[in-house]
Design a protein around this ligand. Structure first.
Ligand code: NAD
Length: 278
């Protein structure tokens, strides 16, 4: 690729713009994370999704510092881990993340899981509101929140989450959650957008046929399917070729029939933890 791909921006409910395609760094070992993020930034990625629990914020931060890319061109997300569901702990955990990242602010700070067993996510959301008010997180949102959890935030607080980051891939399309988000101005972010490699995308005829029709790989078809649905996506890879492949999705368009055929692959196939009990 000779020119940098133009990644569309998604406008959040607080007015900030989020690059719709980024790189996720879950299970990217600290030993390789700086190299991986540096490569991604060189390839044209500007949005990095990390979390305190991923153990690589410091390496992500080093790659950002070394890149020389103006801070305002980058969009950096990190997340509050489940052991910090209390106001003071959340504020301290945020400070520690910012310190490890070596940044003055993050673009997006998320509550990683609702942890309903502790029932403190409303208190924690108020802590994130404080952080946003301080300017050190430009936007705040949640992850793995089910509709009843979102309903409580909407009823009991005055800030609508900018995003909800949820498991979402062709066999788990989360239509009900996406409809709820859209009705309340919450942007849907997909985690595990490629199914985490737990099933072979190319084995699914709707994906294989679209890939053959467009001369693209199954992964590129699935990334394109997310993008055309308005979903924010950050597939994870540590491989430079796949990094280029995953961002090379702006020169083709899936037809309505192809989109519908992929939608029809849904079988409620949750792979990760159930937020109701996590
Ligand atoms: P993913 O769907 O992005 O799948 C990653 C797997 O797909 C990797 O094993 C990789 O080898 C493979 N892959 C990547 N590009 C490919 C390509 N072009 N062709 C074939 N295989 C390819 O799964 P993920 O990493 O779990 O999700 C992406 C990101 O979402 C994470 O890195 C993380 O940032 C975020 N995430 C968030 C949560 C949460 O609870 N909020 C949970 C999991 C992941």
């Amino acid at each position: 690729m000779t020119s940098e791909p133009r990644i569309p921006l998604v406008r959040l409910n607080d007015g900030a713009d989020l690059p719709q395609l980024g790189l996720g760094v879950w299970q990217v070992d600290a030993g390789v994370a700086e190299r991986v993020v540096s490569q991604a930034l060189e390839t044209g990625y500007r949005h990095i999704d990390t979390a305190a629990i991923y153990g690589n914020e410091a390496e992500v931060g080093r790659a950002i510092a070394a890149s020389g890319i103006p801070r305002e061109e980058l969009f950096i997300t990190t997340k509050l881990w489940n052991t910090e569901h209390e106001r003071a702990k959340a504020l301290a955990a945020f400070d520690a993340s910012l310190e490890r990242l070596g940044l003055d602010y993050v673009d997006l700070y998320l509550i990683h899981w609702p942890v309903p067993s502790e029932n403190r996510y409303v208190e924690v959301w108020h802590a994130l509101e404080e952080i946003k008010a301080s300017g050190r997180a430009r936007s705040i949102g949640v992850s793995n929140f089910l509709i009843p959890h979102l309903e409580r935030l909407l009823a009991e607080t005055s800030t609508v989450p900018a995003v909800n980051q949820i498991e979402l891939h062709p066999t788990f399309i989360q239509q009900e959650a996406r409809d709820f988000h859209a009705a309340h101005g919450i942007v849907t972010e997909a985690w595990g957008p490629l199914g985490q490699g737990k099933y072979d995308l190319g084995d699914l005829p709707a994906i294989a046929e679209a890939a053959a029709a467009h001369g693209k790989t199954p992964a590129q078809v699935v990334i394109r399917w997310h993008l055309q649905h308005g979903i924010v996506v950050f597939p994870k890879t540590v491989n430079a070729d796949r990094m280029r492949e995953n961002i090379d999705v702006f020169d083709f368009e899936l037809s309505e029939a192809e989109m519908a055929a992929i939608d029809a692959l849904d079988r409620g196939n949750r792979q990760g933890r159930d937020p109701a009990t996590t």
